[in-house]
Design a protein around this ligand. Sequence first.
Ligand code: HEC
Length: 363
Amino acid sequence: MSGGLKELSMPCKPPAGVADGVNLRIAEETFLVLMEGMKKMILIVAGLVGFGTSEARTEDKVDFARDIQPILQKSCVECHGPEKPKGKLRLDSKEATLKGGKDGVVLVSGKADQSEVYRRITLPADHDDVMPNKGDRLTKAQTDLIRDWINQGAEWPAGIVIVSGDKKTDAPVEAATTTPTLPDYKPTAAELKAIKELEALGVEVRPIAAKVDWREVNFRSQSIETIEKSLGALKNVLCLVDINLGGAKIKDADLANIKGLINLNRLHLENTPVTDAGLVHLKGLVNLDYLNLYGTAVTDAGLEHLKELTQLKHLYLWQTKTTTAGVANLKKALPNVDISTGAELKEIAKPEEKKDEKKEEKK
Ligand code: HEC
């Protein structure tokens, strides 16, 4: 996780030794583009995700990851997160939310009208108890979503923990180089056992930073036998946020082992034999932010399986069998995803190639 971030933080200093005005302008523009990139990175680091839930979908079943998580993340977790939660109430995990705050239970599953959470967000703007108690109120569409979500049973898929994004958005650029603030997480005994098993196989499941229980695993340089055995053991290691299988000779079916790793944030599958059939197993990885499929045989049909990954921000499809139409189609379902198809790289390469390939091109 942190490796990728560091690479990106490098170009952020303006190029040194720029003399004349024109160069300076180009340099400035380059810098601004890079700054834009950095801003995006910070948003990702802060775990700030889609706000796109303005429309009420009363008839539909409310989907926690799609509809509710972004509201809590943007409007509540800043004050009701792990650090000094206001009203002794945390709204960043299922367990904490059900536990309630200083005055007890705040959410009665199936009964929005008895839930303090819903009462607080629907109070008149000038009421002392209204939530959020600072900043923008929730829209009617948002409070309706929360009402329907509670009435439909307040489903909160196991393991989803919400990280506050708001505070970090105004933070200085350097924030990108520091470890992202993840909520506390304690692996279960079963997870620790699986991690031990993996260690016995020579696979290190490392914490992503000091004093953090979120983990990453990198299978580079492991044999395929070890990898396949490890994936079996990884099945329930929910503290995994980053898996690197780049270059591994895994089969599509191997990916069935990771389909329950709901906290997974980054997944490297570049240069693997993975095909469309393997991507079926990624459907439930609702927190996936980064997916690298570069150099795989994935086609447009495979992209269909990614349409529910609403948190996806970076998708790499260079040298796959996907088409412009397929990419555009996915982009419709996931407008916030940044899809890298390699077309931009070809553009940059062109002026160089021209000299050698001019004749061939003219044919
Ligand atoms: C800017 C900070 C802030 C934000 C943002 C915020 N809250 Fe609060 N919240 C507080 C404070 C302070 C209290 C304690 C005082 C009180 O009870 O009014 C509180 C208390 C509560 C309580 C009562 C807890 C109890 O047991 O008494 C609920 C429920 C609640 N907030 C829900 C929410 C929800 C839902 C959101 C998001 C839509 C939200 N809050 C956003 C500051 C905030």
